[in-house]
Design a protein around this ligand. Structure first.
Ligand SMILES: [Fe+2]
Length: 257
């Protein structure tokens, strides 16, 4: 069980980006965090799935399943061509090559990822409380699809839900028709009696026009979004060197899209 009386980090959507994950784990070590929860999508898109799996397995108390983790194990035919090719790349990397034990451990890690985790006032999942692995809660939903948001809050068993999946950091409060970005809150969201869905953003492929890696730290009464610069050029060069990884996956890292 995680003790939420001390600071706990929540990260998501690493997507095989080792440079971003390394930078975030270094930042976490400097913040006095006791435990880390990973909301999934360890792999897909990025050039270092094996190394990221190893680091996440060693560093995180809880590892949850994302849709790319699922697709690696089972099927990716609902993905776009670049994402499908990236899943093929992940499967190739995860093949037992010179180290069959490490390969077996990594496949087992993906198989044993949990769909969600709940503790005290919190629940954690990749997508949404209604469909933990696959459903997107979009920044436009509170305004454009409020009934969807109402249904998702109805499916929420706790006061606060932490999600990733869209790669957009922000918060939606119950009965509010807005998605509030961290920069509108000076990077901090105060935990009150209001129910809320908090998106932690993405470590390895941010899409909110800020290319720095994103994650959150849960403190006793507030959530703090943190942004961490990393060596994007190194990740870009690695993606461009792999035939199965579309160059667009490299370009988007440079602009945080
Ligand atoms: Fe993702």
């Amino acid at each position: 069980m995680i003790d939420f009386t001390g600071p706990v980090a929540v990260l998501s959507d690493v997507h095989g980006n080792l440079e971003a994950l390394d930078a975030v784990l270094t930042d976490i070590r400097n913040t006095g965090v006791l435990d880390i929860v990973n909301l999934g999508d360890c792999v897909g898109y990025g050039p270092n799935p094996c190394e990221c799996i190893d680091l996440l397995q060693a560093s995180c108390r809880i590892n949850l399943r994302g849709n790319h983790d699922y697709a690696t194990l089972y099927r990716s035919d609902n993905f776009n061509p670049a994402a499908q090719a990236a899943i093929l790349f992940v499967r190739q990397q995860l093949q037992p090559a010179d180290n069959a034990d490490a390969a077996r451990r990594r496949w087992l890690f993906l198989q044993q990822l949990l769909p969600m985790y709940e503790n005290a006032d919190f629940e954690f999942m990749h997508g949404s409380p209604r469909r933990p692995i696959t459903e997107y809660i979009l920044p436009s939903d509170p305004l454009c699809d409020p009934f969807k948001i109402d249904d998702i809050f109805a499916a929420m068993g706790h006061r606060y839900a932490f999600v990733g999946h869209t790669h957009y950091a922000g918060v939606i409060e119950e009965h509010q028709e807005s998605f509030v970005r961290p920069d509108e809150l000076q990077g901090k969201y105060r935990l009150t009696e209001k129910r809320a869905i908090i998106n932690v953003g993405s470590v390895g492929q941010p899409r909110d026009s800020d290319r720095r890696a994103a994650y959150v730290v849960i403190h006793r009464h507030q959530v703090e979004w943190r942004r961490v610069p990393y060596k994007v050029a190194d990740t870009v060069a690695k993606i461009e060197a792999q035939n199965l990884l579309d160059d667009q996956l490299a370009r988007r890292l440079l602009v945080g899209q």
